[in-house]
Structures are given as structure tokens and as C-alpha cells.
Design a protein around this ligand. Structure first.
Ligand code: MN
Length: 227
């Protein structure tokens, strides 16, 4: 069994996670384990238990975690989730086991290791990064950097992706490299080349987990978790 921890959202009533994250991991051969952000004291044990960590999408990271104040463009924040995920990913990274961040999850990776974010990309770009089209419909192009882990997995240098983000990586954390850019220069993927598998994508491959080449991303992640 390959146990993949997946972080989740919460409101006052529920912890919850969109089904596609669970389906994508399951179809790729992993056993998903949803991680509610209720108790930081379990983080050491979780890091030992899990074979891989998937940081899921969600609301904005509170800017206090990257040394900024609210610019006025902030949307929904959940500092308890932020603290849990930032603590978990830093601890989990000490194990060397695979980490995949999706959307907010990529931003969590970047902030955890010292990078920061644009709090709103609306004024920076003419590309629509918050699509009204159905979730599984790609709307903008990204260019993948040759030789990166992401490029090796996807097997192509350009890709059409979906887009549901109003924030983006600004300064890339030390040790990370950019593995994909949108045509407007917005960072669409980062990875840590000295770590086995630590990859963040700004798009939502889970909504297309049955389609080429997005299925390859989950297959590669779960395969890396088996080792
Ligand atoms: Mn985008």
C-alpha cells in the first residue's frame, strides 16, 4: 500500500476535499488519506506514516506567513490550515519522500521554503487565470522548461492547462527552479532539482486525471512514492 496524505479545506462545519484529488491518487495506484488540519502534534508521526504528500488547492495563504500584510486583494484565508500545511511540508521534506503541490499547494511549497506571492495577479496580466469555462477545459498555454522533472513526466514543452488562481509565485524559494511559465510570465510550476520529487503546479491536473498527459503526473508521483 502506498499511502498519500492529501490536505483539505475546512469551514466551521466540515473538513472537505473535492473528489478529483482522491480519484486521481486512487486511479494512479495510491491510497489516499485526507489530512484535516486540526492537530499539529501528529505531524512527526504523519511524516513517518505517509509515503507521499499531496498539498491540495484552496484559499489564499495569509500574507503574514511570507512577511507581508493584506494588500486588500486577499480572498478567503484559513491561517490554521496555513500553519498546519507549512509545518507539515517542512517536516515532511526532511524525509526525502515525494511532495506534489497543486495550485495553493504549489504556493504553500514556495512560502514554506522562503519564497513569496503576488496577492493578486489581476493587474499584472491580460491572460485570464480564473476561468469561467468548465474545470476540465484547458484555457491557457504554458511552456515547460526542458530537462525539468515536469518536462520529463509530461513529455512535451507546451501544454494547455486550466486555471483557477488569482495569486501566483513571486520570488521563488531558494533551491527551487521554475519549471513552467504562462505566456504572460506568470509562474505555473516550480520544483526542487536536488530533491527526489518536490513539484508544484499552478494548474489543476486533478480535474483532468483521466486525460493525457495529466494522468502521467499522478502516475509519476505515486510511482515515486513506492520507492
Ligand atoms: Mn494560470
Amino acid at each position: 500500500m502506498v499511502i498519500i496524505g492529501i490536505t483539505c479545506k475546512s469551514d466551521t462545519k466540515s473538513f472537505y476535499l473535492p473528489r478529483p484529488y482522491v480519484m486521481a491518487v486512487t486511479v494512479a495506484g495510491g491510497t489516499p488519506l485526507v489530512l484535516p488540519h486540526v492537530d499539529d502534534t501528529c505531524i512527526d508521526e504523519l511524516s513517518n506514516l505517509l509515503d507521499g504528500l499531496l498539498l491540495a488547492g484552496g484559499g489564499d495563504i495569509h500574507p503574514m506567513f511570507y512577511g507581508c500584510t493584506d494588500s486588500g486583494k486577499l480572498k478567503r484565508v484559513d491561517p490554521i490550515r496555513d500553519r498546519f500545511e507549512l509545518t507539515l511540508v517542512k517536516r515532511f521534506a526532511q524525509t526525502g519522500k515525494p511532495i506534489l503541490g497543486i495550485c495553493r499547494g504549489m504556493q504553500v511549497l514556495n512560502v514554506a521554503f522562503g519564497g513569496n506571492l503576488y496577492q493578486d495577479v489581476g493587474e499584472l496580466t491580460d491572460v485570464n487565470h480564473w476561468q469561467k469555462a468548465p474545470v476540465h477545459e484547458p484555457i491557457h498555454t504554458i511552456t515547460l522548461k526542458r530537462g525539468t522533472l515536469l518536462h520529463k513526466i509530461m513529455g512535451q514543452t507546451t501544454l494547455m492547462v486550466n486555471s483557477f488562481h488569482h495569486q501566483a509565485v513571486k520570488t521563488v524559494a531558494d533551491g527551487f527552479i521554475v519549471s513552467a511559465l504562462a505566456e504572460d510570465g506568470i509562474i505555473e510550476a516550480i520544483e526542487h532539482p536536488d530533491y527526489g520529487f518536490m513539484l508544484g503546479v499552478q494548474f489543476h491536473p486533478e480535474y483532468m486525471y483521466e486525460s493525457e498527459p495529466f494522468n502521467k503526473l499522478f502516475a509519476a508521483f505515486v510511482a515515486a512514492c513506492k520507492r
